[in-house]
Design a protein around this ligand. Structure first.
Ligand SMILES: [Zn+2]
Length: 562
């Protein structure tokens, strides 16, 4: 007698995302593993059903998909902000931003320091839009206790005078390389922010063990409710943070038998630090965090910053609106030779590379460095990942393919964003803004594309928002942007380059099997095939069958992890 099923799901539409995109109506599962799929449930019942043991579950025409894999996220997302700090992602104006901070300070008179996150400088005027808001706004809220607010992209901290004083930062402070402490050009006083590596001057916010546990739980519940069964997580969000992901939080859950996610992650490389020392740190991390569900695998490199922060690295100069002169092309964080050396050492020691690349100059430099590094390395299955890819030159898209680079995209951003596009991206990039965020160009070249939210940079990691946006390149979740929704995907107001639209299937692959591939997990999860883990979800509607502008309304009814 062969293995019998614990459960047989039948009378459904089961999208497997296997290599031939097969669709079945029934699936048998045993011990957390998929046993078989079939178009005829009678087949499965005959072979795998054991009376008194097997549970038959009628899907009543319901739809199953593989569990989603978010391949770039910062766990625990907004947990700390939602549970303990000020969450500014919900603010839609400057006044709302300041009101939320003021109310939080009023409601927590016992706190010594106030922290928040999600501030959008697009709501401020003049120089404050590009440099960041001034400290005086926060001084009016608290003159004596420090306030530390991270912007929505996690690129800089906005602080009041009490914070600058507490952390000993003055106009004379030596700024760490890759950072900036802007001064008022008129009188040389502190402007109110610390950018990039200058954030390391501000200590990390401390949380109790209980707070950490609650945050990990909150994060996991949120991810499971969206159908994620795997995440690839980087440096936690917040103010100044440890360089590795929050593995201990997940290990605490795991010990209690409460971890229902696969968690992969890595460490941010310090461009100013010694490469060999950092490799040793990573080896120790890998040895420490190496279990069935939790694995340290990756070195992350920040090659540049962001366009709105004027530290995205471009091949051609920024527009005049940047106010930095005619030749200003942004910031390149790594020196090219050191980058090539670091790439080589990471790949030699079996670490995967994950590159933050916003500007076309960043992708170009990363490719140069990788080519250099590979001259000293054997042929290998390295699966290097470039993430964000706001601009990439067509020639470099070809080079990405040639080097089997995985493109990691956040299609949440693939529209003319009501708060960013006309205010910031168009003035800073000019015509290039029309071509930002390539997508179809990547698929067409044959590049493996994985999808992610970059949560909490994207404040709501609902995968159906991203699937819709990849398919329509247009507005979704209008309320969160504070604008009216569209009903026609060709509505021109927020439509970003419809040539770059992809299919529903492409987007779901990007969130499932391609994600698993990107994490060397494609033999274990990411598609529904016999022998693979039973990581799957039941959803409220068939994304392949509905109007693309309705995909955003799909919800996850159930998430099954093994
Ligand atoms: Zn990120």
């Amino acid at each position: 007698m062969g293995i019998k099923a614990d459960k047989i799901f039948y009378n459904g539409t089961i999208y497997t995302m296997d290599p031939s995109s097969r669709v079945f109506s029934a699936m048998a599962v045993s011990g957390g593993t998929i046993l078989a799929l079939s178009e005829q449930e009678t087949d499965l019942m005959e072979h795998y059903c054991q009376e008194g043991h097997t549970i038959l579950e009628n899907l009543n025409g319901g739809v199953l998909l593989p569990g989603f894999f978010d391949t770039h996220i910062h766990a625990p997302g907004l947990a700390y902000d939602m549970l303990f700090n000020v969450n500014l992602y919900q603010a839609l104006s400057k006044d709302e931003t300041l009101d939320l901070i003021r109310n939080h300070v009023k409601q927590h008179p016992e706190d010594e320091i106030y922290y928040g996150r999600g501030m959008n400088s697009g709501y401020f005027d003049g120089d404050e839009m590009t440099i960041g808001p001034r400290k005086e706004h926060l001084d009016r809220i608290s003159a004596d206790k420090p306030i530390v607010i991270a912007d929505f992209g996690g690129n800089y901290l906005w602080m009041n005078s009490a914070a600058f004083q507490t952390y000993g930062i003055t106009p004379e402070t030596t700024c760490p390389q890759g950072g900036e402490i802007p001064l008022d050009p008129k009188d040389g006083t502190l402007w109110g922010i610390v950018r990039g590596e200058a954030r390391t001057l501000v200590p990390y916010q401390n949380f109790s063990e209980e707070q950490n546990y609650l945050a990990a739980k909150w994060f996991q519940d949120r991810m499971l409710s969206y159908g994620y069964t795997s995440v690839f997580s980087l440096r936690p969000p917040g103010t100044v943070r440890p360089r590795t992901t929050h593995f201990p939080l997940f290990e605490a859950l795991d010990k209690k038998g409460e971890l229902f996610l696969r968690v992969q992650g890595g460490r941010d490389m310090d461009p100013n630090g010694d490469v060999d020392e950092q490799i040793e740190i990573m080896k120790a991390e890998r040895a420490k965090h190496n279990s069935d569900q939790i694995r340290f695998t990756t070195a992350k490199f920040f090659l540049d910053g962001s366009i709105e922060g004027l530290d995205g690295c471009l091949l051609q100069p920024y527009g005049k609106a940047a106010g930095k002169g005619d030749d200003y092309k942004g910031v390149s964080i790594w020196e090219e030779e050191k980058l090539a050396d670091a790439f080589q050492k990471c790949l030699e020691t079996g670490f995967q590379i994950h590159c933050h690349s916003i500007g076309d100059g960043a992708a170009n430099k990363a490719l140069n460095a990788l080519e250099h590094a590979k001259k000293h390395l054997p042929e290998g299955d390295y699966r290097t990942v470039f993430t964000h890819l706001q601009l990439v030159s067509p020639a470099d898209i070809k080079r990405m393919r040639a080097h089997d680079i995985i493109a990691n995209v956040q299609t949440y951003w693939h529209l003319k964003s009501p708060a960013l596009y006309h205010q910031i991206e168009k003035p800073l990039l000019g015509e290039r803004a029309e071509k930002e965020y390539p997508l179809q160009s990547l698929f067409q070249e044959g590049i493996v594309v994985s999808a992610s939210s970059d949560y909490p940079v994207t404040p709501d990691p609902n995968p159906f928002y991203a699937i819709e946006a990849g398919v329509t390149r247009n507005l979704y979740n209008a309320a969160a942007f504070g604008v009216k929704d569209i009903t026609n995907m060709d509505d021109p107001l927020y439509l970003l380059n419809k040539e770059e639209r992809v299919s529903v299937s492409d987007m779901i692959r990007a969130f499932t099997i391609n994600g698993a591939y990107s994490g060397f997990q494609e033999q274990i999860t990411g598609s529904l095939e016999p022998g693979k883990a039973a990581d799957f979800i039941q959803v409220s509607a068939d994304p392949f069958e509905i109007n693309p502008t309705e995909i955003e309304f799909i919800t996850v009814k159930k998430t099954y992890f093994r």
